[in-house]
Design a protein around this ligand. Structure first.
Ligand SMILES: *[C@@H]1O[C@H](CO)[C@@H](O)[C@H](O)[C@H]1NC(C)=O
Length: 417
């Protein structure tokens, strides 16, 4: 052993004695210059930038996630890869309707809320779009205007024909779509249970008039990526009694509670927990009243809104996909709170672009089994979906960001040959 060690330095010292040694000098100077340039212009600024990022105070305080998401599901059975959304789908009103997060359909008319804070009425027959109302004062249209202009999200008609809307910032509204009067039921700044309301996201209305709604995160909507990165359960399920003007918290510590859908008999609510890729069931009445249980978990994407399907089950739109075949940053980062803390300092739009470009919607039966999935594997036709409205097999698709409404004809058969 010691022999081998001694031999090495000897062979090294003999090396410089080769001829032409003086030619190396300019080269060495050149390479020194290169190293200096590399250091001064690349390594030093990059290190400073990293140091600065680390020194900035993070807006979040993530914890290591103990019950991390399992490996995403395999693409088999009803989840098998397909391009049905591309083949059966079309874009409507392209460039005219931006970020139609939630859609309400009423005999040939659509109502939706858009990124510029408007509630729109769309006549599907005449293709005329008109503004029913805006909830906040103009000018609107930029993401920085959102807090003032509002961002209407979930909406439903109540049994008297008023459109009930939750706005991420401004609270809950009751809108007469004929007279265009909007009436604020409560403001977004209201405190419930000692805590100021965060992002209001979706609602459903029971036959007795009670409105159930979700508060997704205490952060502002434009910063929703923070909630994903933080990964804490800080969302709430609430109920609003319009007769008494009373709001109360039904369930706390939910993970990014998003879409809500009542069962037919109003005995339970289904709630999409977006950041946990699952749907839970909250019992409103019966022996399990006030408790939650799993409806569907380890889903192949991040579920947004949930609505009834014409087949008696439920449609869920996914804002992003997660499957075994694609790299997914959010899944991979779950065990690393320090990295998530640093990433939270980067503007959200860079992070959104790391979501895989694949799109899907899923139909569930009443028990939470997946009946079928319709996909656009490369996001060719649709992306960032948020809601499916099923009109007897014709599906209208909302999105929280893209500038169109999707329409899918589920009766259209593939052309063979
Ligand atoms: C309901 O109560 C809230 C909170 O006290 C209040 O801000 C709001 O104006 C009330 N709404 C109606 C319709 O009275």
């Amino acid at each position: 052993m010691s022999n081998v060690r001694q031999r090495k330095p000897i062979s090294v010292t003999t090396k410089p004695e080769r001829p032409g040694d003086e030619d190396v000098q300019p080269n060495a100077r050149w390479s020194l210059l290169c190293k200096i340039v590399l250091f001064v212009f690349i390594i030093l600024p990059f290190t400073c930038l990293l140091a600065c990022i680390v020194l900035i105070e993070s807006p979040i305080n993530p914890e290591p996630i103990t019950d991390s998401l399992p490996e995403p599901p395999k693409l088999e059975g009803p989840l098998a890869q397909n391009d049905l959304l591309v083949f059966q789908g079309e874009r409507l009103f392209e460039g005219q309707v931006i970020g139609a997060e939630s859609i309400v359909y009423q005999s040939g008319h659509l109502y939706t809320g858009t990124a510029d804070g408007k509630i729109l009425h769309i006549d599907l027959m005449t293709k005329i779009i008109d503004t029913v109302t805006t909830l906040g004062p103009p000018p609107c249209g930029q993401i920085i205007d959102e807090k003032r202009c509002g961002r209407p999200l979930g909406m439903r008609f109540d049994k008297d024909g008023y459109l009930i809307v939750v706005d991420a910032y401004l609270g809950m509204y009751k809108i007469n779509v004929a007279s265009r009067d909007a009436f604020q039921l409560f403001p977004g700044s209201m405190k419930v249970d000692g805590k100021k309301l965060g992002v209001l996201n979706d609602l459903d209305i029971a036959s007795d008039g009670t409105i159930y709604f979700t508060e997704t995160t205490p952060y502002r909507r434009e910063n929703f990526m923070l909630e994903f990165l933080e990964g804490r359960a800080q969302g709430r399920l609430l109920k609003y009694d319009p007769a008494e003007n009373k709001t109360e918290v039904l369930y706390k510590n939910l993970y990014f509670p998003n879409g809500v859908q009542l069962s037919k008999d109003d005995s339970y609510l289904l709630i999409c927990e977006t950041s946990k890729a699952r749907i839970i069931k909250y019992h409103i009445s019966g022996p399990k009243q006030g408790t939650i249980e799993m409806f569907a978990e380890n889903l192949p994407g991040l579920p947004d809104n949930i609505r009834r399907s014409s087949g008696g089950g439920y449609w869920v739109a996914f804002g992003a996909c997660r499957d075994a075949e694609r790299f997914n940053l959010l899944d991979k980062l779950q065990p690393y709170p320090w990295i998530r803390k640093q990433l939270a300092k980067i503007p959200a739009r860079f992070l959104i672009s790391t979501f895989p470009a694949c799109t899907l919607i899923i139909e569930f039966d009443k028990e939470g089994n997946i009946i079928r999935s319709l996909k656009d594997p490369n996001g060719e036709k649709f992306s960032y979906l948020s809601e499916v409205h099923d009109d007897a097999g014709y599906l209208y698709l909302g999105s929280f960001i893209v500038p169109y409404i999707g329409k899918v004809n589920t009766y259209k058969k593939p052309v063979v040959g």
